[in-house]
Write a protein that binds this ligand. Structure first.
Ligand SMILES: [Zn+2]
Length: 208
């Protein structure tokens, strides 16, 4: 169990706890809204998206919560509770945050779950989300059915002749010409604008 204290409208901070991980992550909060709804409130939501504005205790637990929330329907709900963006037309969505909120809404409609795509050694500004079906045992399938990500580099493999005459495989990072990368099934395409990439993924959502 991991816990946090969040300052709300009451004098005493609310205590927010999380139990389990992934699809079976559960949340609890001592605020009145949580006891009415039974599973979710704005304090739970804020912690899931890493909003520390009113956090008064348990900061060190955020990095434990983050991997545990991967593939959790609560994370999709939290993204949906972020203000604005979710109802905009896909081509007018022009930031990664807005795109992720939009994709979270569409994924929830289809009962898909999301996992985050994080920065990598070769691409420090990478960020996005992969979309997964839920398998028989209620856990997300490892292989994504689609993904959406901002990326500045891609890995390229080629062969070079070493001094001993052997061919060696060398992988290098090369800059991307188009930074918005969408994977649909096993087909990857890249786009120069966020809006165009969201529109492409939206079309895929329509047809799946
Ligand atoms: Zn609460």
């Amino acid at each position: 169990m991991i816990y946090f204290f969040v300052q709300g409208s009451a004098k005493k901070p609310y205590r927010v706890t999380f139990e389990g991980a992934g699809a079976s992550l559960r949340s609890f909060c001592t605020c009145p809204a949580f006891s009415r709804g039974g599973y979710f409130c704005k304090h739970v939501s804020a912690l899931l998206v890493g909003d520390v504005t009113n956090l008064t205790g348990g900061d060190e637990n955020l990095k434990i919560l983050q991997p545990r929330s991967e593939g959790s329907p609560l994370l999709s709900d939290a993204l949906l509770h972020q203000p604005a963006a979710s109802k905009r037309h896909p081509s007018s969505i022009n930031t990664l945050d807005a795109a992720l909120i939009h994709i979270a809404r569409r994924s929830k409609d289809k009962n898909f779950v999301l996992m985050s795509i994080d920065p990598d050694d070769y691409d420090k500004n990478r960020g996005g989300i992969s979309i997964h079906k839920i398998g028989k045992h209620g856990k997300p399938l490892k292989q994504p059915i689609a993904s959406f990500c901002y990326s500045e580099a891609r890995l390229e493999t080629h062969f070079v002749m070493a001094t001993d005459g052997e061919l060696r495989e060398v992988t290098t990072a090369v800059p991307r010409a188009r930074n918005w990368v969408v994977l649909r099934g096993n087909h990857a395409s890249s786009f120069s604008s966020c809006g165009a990439a969201v529109a492409a993924l939206d079309e895929w959502f329509e047809n799946i």
